[in-house]
Design a protein around this ligand. Structure first.
Ligand code: ADP
Ligand code: F6P
Length: 489
């Protein structure tokens, strides 16, 4: 195995994330089919080549029986994946509860679920216990497969307790932890009842990584203010032990998208889409159907744009592709009905017998269709209320080298720090501003579009998922070597 610079990797990488890159669907007692999972973490890690990697995680399904577990383990082994089996109760309390009802909204500055604050506060202790238990189950599987010299790379808010569990098994294990969401201001983090336990556990890792410098700074502030530890330019120090903390902005495998555009299936989809939407400008949203993505706000801004710009009524269409996610969590169920209701109302208001202004699809699109959609789009709308990075914005840019469409991007997405100079940045809560930016984007002269696109395209093609992973792993190795040298002195 080789890196981009030609040097070989001799280490095995154990990637540990709540979700495996494939989700399992049961077809019989001992037969399974595997489907691609959606989400930025999966997309980014699948874009990384050249590591001798194993992926440890949950296959998104409850498998109570031994026959099923054995068959699924075998099926996943073909994909170099190792399953962690979580039962229904744990999934309910750990994944739906603590991860997605508590940590997720809190880390995205949305607070606890609106109508349910007291109930959430009451169930907090049992959900945190389940979270710790689930993290211990992940640690058990890692420990079973760990070989001396392996690098263990833990991912995301689901597994904040994991570094501590792993170091308890083996203090020599090289452990890195990376967060794919924002890390909020310490004033938000300190409202969490389990704030200290989570910080202490993450600090057990050798290297802690975030998408942006701001998230890293918030984490260090939380450690100094909540735990009373010392923050240094390198990270956080506790009784002479340094946990290195740094920013590693993620990217995509841009070449994969660029290459796909020339393939026959993508070209055919492009042709169909061009015929279907001839004479209209195409605006596009691609998101998991999640409250952080600001989908209702985006659609309301589009409605405002239509209200104020009758010229565009039959000349523009918004395609919103929203793959359902976390469908057992009540907040997500409410969001689905809310989006359907708003889309129905606006289409009723502005639609004609032959055309509607919004096409909303609740589904995942395959890679070729997605590339074709990105390629025919004139304006992409990424209006996340908060987002760790947002790779959809990167994918759009990668597919736009011919068309040079405009990216409207939330200032609250991590991507605003890298694509800000090329995109039109907006506050997604301000629908008047977003509506005005839609008008600006649709009327933007070709020369300006070209300039903005070049800036973004350069970034997306240079700062890739591969570079991100190589930087993280080599920094982790260096950090461990430096720590060993320090203890010898
Ligand atoms: P998140 O990690 O919150 O899901 P990102 O924008 O970083 O957000 O990553 C989302 C990933 O999921 C992207 O790779 C995108 O292509 C994919 N994705 C999102 N929605 C869909 C969809 N409807 N169909 C296919 N892929 C999707
Ligand atoms: O990128 C954030 C993230 O939570 C990833 O960890 C995850 O893969 C993705 O969103 C999709 O969420 P879920 O795994 O809950 O479907």
């Amino acid at each position: 195995f080789e890196r981009q610079d030609g040097r070989p990797f001799r280490q095995r990488l154990l990637v540990v994330a709540n979700r495996l890159p494939v989700s399992a669907v049961r077809r019989g007692e001992d037969s399974w089919s595997l489907e691609m999972s959606s989400g930025g973490l999966v997309t980014a890690l699948l874009g990384v080549k050249g590591f001798e990697a194993r992926w440890i995680g949950w296959a998104g399904v409850n498998v109570p029986d031994e026959i099923g577990q054995r068959a699924l383990t075998d099926a996943l082994a073909q994909k170099k994946c190792i399953p962690v089996f979580l039962d229904e109760e744990i999934v309910h309390q750990y994944y739906n509860g603590y991860c997605n009802n508590i940590l997720w909204p809190l880390f995205h500055y949305l607070g606890l679920p609106q109508e349910d604050r007291l109930a959430t506060t009451r169930s907090f202790q049992s959900q945190f216990a389940a979270y710790q238990k689930a993290n211990q189950m992940f640690a058990d599987v890692v420990n079973k497969h760990y070989e001396e010299g392996d690098v263990v790379w833990c991912h995301d808010y689901h597994l904040m307790f994991l570094p501590k569990c792993l170091k308890e098994y083996n203090s020599n294990m090289k452990v890195g932890w990376f967060l794919h969401t924002p890390f909020p201001s310490s004033e938000i983090h300190r409202t969490l009842p389990s704030r200290s336990e989570l910080l202490r556990s993450v600090l057990a890792a050798d290297l802690v990584g975030f998408h942006t410098y701001d998230y890293a700074r918030h984490f260090v502030s939380a450690c100094t203010r909540i735990l009373g530890l010392e923050g240094t330019p390198e990270g956080v120090e506790d009784q002479g032990r340094l946990t290195r903390v740094a920013a590693f902005p993620i990217g995509i495998d841009a070449e994969r998208f660029i290459r796909a555009l020339d393939t026959l299936p993508v070209q055919e989809h492009i042709k169909e889409l061009k015929e279907r939407f001839a004479g209209r400008k195409v605006m596009l949203g691609v998101d998991r159907l999640d409250m952080i993505k600001g989908i209702p706000q985006k659609i309301l801004a589009f409605e405002k744009f239509l209200e104020e710009n009758s010229y565009w009524h039959d000349k523009v269409v918004l395609l919103q592709i929203a793959v359902p996610t976390r469908t057992d969590v009540p907040e997500y169920q409410k969001l689905t009905s809310q989006v359907h209701e708003i889309v129905g109302r606006i289409n009723g208001r502005f639609g004609t017998l032959t055309a509607v202004p919004i096409h909303h699809l609740d589904r995942s699109l395959d890679f070729h269709k997605l590339c074709a959609l990105y390629a025919v789009t004139d304006v992409a709308l990424v209006t996340s209320l908060r987002d760790g990075m947002n790779l959809v914005s990167y994918e759009f840019v990668a597919c736009q080298d011919l068309k040079k469409g405009v990216l409207i991007l939330s200032e609250f997405a991590g991507a605003a720090q890298s694509l800000g100079a090329g995109a039109i940045l907006v506050n997604p809560w301000n629908i008047t501003e977003v509506a005005a930016s839609i008008a600006q984007a649709l009327n933007m002269p070709a020369e300006e579009r070209e300039k903005r696109h070049q800036h973004n395209f350069k970034h997306v093609t240079h700062h890739t998922a591969q570079e991100w992973a190589e930087m993280f792993v080599s920094e982790l190795n260096d950090t461990v070597v430096e720590a060993q040298l320090r203890t010898r002195q």
